[in-house]
Design a protein around this ligand. Structure first.
Ligand code: ZN
Length: 167
């Protein structure tokens, strides 16, 4: 049986028999209710993130539909949103609907479909967040596209209109 390096915050060792998922990322459920994102690295399987259950999520931003789901599960994890300051990020997840909503600080809620586990929602949210941050730093939609490019057609129309009117 596989071994997982790392302990839950409650002190228990993570057990392979409680893991679900396939591939190089698994989710391990601790008896205390926390979920761990377990990743296969160079030195074997290890926990890379911990999701802690919470009784309620902040109401603002989350959909009524998901909040009312009978099997709704709520977790939070911390993530360095601004600089090195870690802030709580909230996950609302319905296993039967395979839907999740993720919200951090004053950011808008991120909706996800086809979610199998709450740790999957975390991974996909981080991917979205990092993509979004790269966009902000580049000053445009993508660092590969200078912001000026988007204005060229407008400038072209502006130049042409007077000459068309004079004909
Ligand atoms: Zn635990």
């Amino acid at each position: 049986m596989q071994q997982i390096a790392g302990h839950c915050e409650c002190g228990r060792r993570l057990e392979w028999k409680t893991t679900v998922g396939t591939g190089h990322y698994r989710e391990s459920a601790c008896a205390c209710g926390r979920r761990h994102d377990v990743e296969l690295g160079a030195s074997g399987w290890a926990t890379v993130a911990q999701l802690t259950p919470e009784r309620s999520v902040p109401l603002a931003g989350f959909s009524t539909e998901l909040r009312a789901a009978p099997d709704a599960e709520r977790f939070w994890f911390s993530h360095p949103l601004r600089g090195d300051v870690a802030l709580p990020v909230h996950i609302l997840f319905s296993p039967s609907a395979r839907k999740a909503e993720v919200k951090a600080a004053d950011l808008k809620v991120f909706h996800l479909d086809d979610v199998s586990h709450p740790t999957t929602a975390r991974r996909r949210w981080i991917g979205w967040w990092q993509h979004r941050r790269r966009g902000e730093r580049g000053g445009g939609l993508s660092p590969l596209v200078p912001p000026r490019v988007g204005r060229l057609p407008v400038a072209w129309i502006g130049r042409r209109t007077p000459s068309l009117a004079s004909h």
